[in-house]
Design a protein around this ligand. Sequence first.
Ligand SMILES: *Cc1c(COP(=O)(O)O)cnc(C)c1O
Length: 414
Amino acid sequence: MTLSESHLPKHAALEQFPASEGELLIGGLRLSLLAARVGQTPFYAYDRSLISSRVSQLRAVLPGGVKLHYAMKANPMPAVVGYLAGLVDGIDVASAGELKVALDAGAKPQEISFAGPGKREAELRQAVASRVLINVESFREVAALEAISSDLGLPARVAVRVNPDFELKGSGMKMGGGPKQFGVDAEQVPLVLAEIGRAGLAFEGFHLFAGSQNLHAKAICEAQQKSYELAVRLAHDAPLPVRSLNLGGGFGIAYFPGEQPLDLAPIGDNLANLVERASTELPQASLVMELGRYLVGEAGVYVARVVDRKISRGQVFLVLDGGLHHHLAASGNFGQVIRKNYPVLIGNKVDSAETESVCVVGPLCTPLDLLADRMTLSVAQVGDFVVLLQSGAYGASASPQGFLGHPPCAEVLV
Ligand SMILES: *Cc1c(COP(=O)(O)O)cnc(C)c1O
């Protein structure tokens, strides 16, 4: 074990969470008190004031005419969805299960949209009955919706999700361009539009989502502009005027050293330009942004406790009561190509002078259960709190909680 007096590396995300007497404050609460309130570790905590300041930050930059939606798969905790439903203009769901949470949360059906490949017949039926906007992604969905609409006496509200003929450069996950299971290939959209018209469905617009976790404003602006132009071309074949043009999102957050936060200003300028063009080219359309990670990712932390402290051939291991079964993304197994350390700190020893290089691991019997690899942290003992920042998106619900039969994590909105 080597002790050093060096300063701990500070992640920009830490600015959002102040400390008092060496202890992290979350939603203004001391971490140890919050843990006592939750009644267990591990847990996720989401700070509602950080969520609302993120929404205000976006509102300040987005032109007035642009609607802001929350893509709830990033964090489907009902309290979070309920809180956000009161702040944004709509909720995007990706299953009937999410649709139920959004409706329960009080989101108006008029402001809910439903995307996702492989929507089952029963899900489509629930969506039509709920009168939400369905982003159709295949000819099969159009046929199924025709039958459901006539059965329920209610024309399905539909938009066409388009798989564009370009990719979003520099995205963590590409969700459009080339062969994809998402949406209808741009070149087939005229045929789908003809089917929608023939079936008498209530056509409302287009949905394009090119990719996720992008930190490059220039690439996002380019994708938005190309998406807009594609939609204008496709609108010539639409059975009804375009009322909604969902340009996706893909806004990323900075997780790793060297990453710069996304610069929103050029995105706002670009959208202002598109709103201006739309006023003549698609006069009835509202532009929509749908963001998941960007709204909630930085507002959440994952908290676990040190169960064991071991030294193996000179390397210190902190073994936690939580791990990849709660936080798959931090282990580097949620779509990442190269594993990198999330920002991690010892939450009850935030500014300790004694530091050391440690591996932080979970309790699972697999070497994949690695939450921080040789990272410089305050020296920690059994019982101390380990906190992972940038953990508000794709956390609990995106992790294999059943794997190895350990207890599930708790979640709290503070
Ligand atoms: C996942 C998803 C989102 C949210 O993506 P983020 O990168 O979390 O913002 C938005 N729209 C659709 C259609 C999605 O599938």
